[in-house]
Structures are given as C-alpha cells and as structure tokens.
Ligand binder design. Sequence first.
Ligand SMILES: Cc1cc2nc3c(=O)[nH]c(=O)nc-3n(C[C@H](O)[C@H](O)[C@H](O)COP(=O)(O)O)c2cc1C
Length: 176
Amino acid sequence: MNETIEIIMKRKGTKSYTNQQVSETDLDAIISSGIVGPTGRNLQNRHFTVVQNADLLKQINDGVRTLISAPADYNPLYGAPTLIITSAPVEDAPFAEQDCAIAVENMTLAATALNLGSRYLVSPTRFIESEPGKTVKQVLGIPAGYRSVACLIVGYDADPSQTPVPKNMNVVNYVK
Ligand SMILES: Cc1cc2nc3c(=O)[nH]c(=O)nc-3n(C[C@H](O)[C@H](O)[C@H](O)COP(=O)(O)O)c2cc1C
C-alpha cells in the first residue's frame, strides 16, 4: 500500500500515553504539517498554541472534567504530555471550524507518521472558552479576539497494541 495511505489507515485516537515528551524535532514537523494545510480563501488566520506545562495541562484536564461532570478517574487529556490548541478569530473567520479541523487532522497524521500517538479533541475548547477557563485562556496566550476551536493531544502511545476503531465503509454512492 502507498506509504501515505498506510499512515491514514493506521491513525487512531490514542487514549493512553507514556510520560515521554515529544522531541522538539517531531513537534516542529507536526506543527508545520498543521500550518501548511489549506484554509478557506487562503486566509491562514488560525493560531497554534503548544502546551507542555504540566500544571497547565492539569488545570485544563481538571477544568474539562468538572465542566462535563465526569467522574474523578476520567482524564479528558488522557495523560498526554503535549496539547496543541488551534484558535481562530471570533470575527471575520468564516471558515474557522474547517480551517482548524484540517490543521488538527494534518497534525494527527504527521504524529502517526512519526510513530506517536495522538487524538483529536474539542473538549479543552469548551473549558478554555467557558467562564471558569478565562484565566487559563489568558495564560495560554491565545491571541486577543481569537477563540479556541479544535485541539489534539500528542505523545507516545502507552498501549500500541490497541487497533484502530472499525469504520463503516458502506457510506458511499457513485454516480458515473
Ligand atoms: C470533531 C471531533 C471532536 C472530538 N472531540 C473529542 C473529545 O473532546 N474528546 C475525546 O476523547 N475525543 C474526541 N474526538 C475523538 C473521537 O471520539 C474519535 O476520533 C472517534 O471516537 C473515532 O476514533 P478514532 O479517532 O480512533 O478513529 C473528537 C473527534 C472529532 C473529529
């Protein structure tokens, strides 16, 4: 199979991570993969925030858990050592959702190609954009006038034996 298609097929939303941090080289490649994705009207007006500070990750993890009233043993960031948040302007960003989603998916594929685990997440944005998340949003340095839209977590997969979730492939019609 083509190497790129193989990576796409291999990607999975990883739910457990080791403590090992992502190297700077891998992180740069992942972020660049997000930045080069297409954007509506080539506006390129989304921002990337990389969070590797353990205290801040815990605040976001616990903030999400509280917001969604999840049990104490549920960790919405799954113990990943890196969280990448994409954000876009609140005003005049007609394609914000799609632009950020594409960037995040590109980054999950880059992470997979680098043998790293990753998972697409929106739950951190719910906390960051909520009243209790206001201070954390400021500390994160998300640009003024921007809102967080989509995220991914990245790290080393603690359970590599976990296979990708099966998908229903019967969702296509062809018109020839
Ligand atoms: C738009 C979107 C939002 C998601 N938000 C979350 C989330 O907040 N928390 C989470 O654990 N997973 C989240 N996911 C991951 C999905 O649950 C996951 O992709 C799905 O279960 C399929 O599994 P797979 O990624 O292994 O194929 C999200 C995925 C997408 C595309």
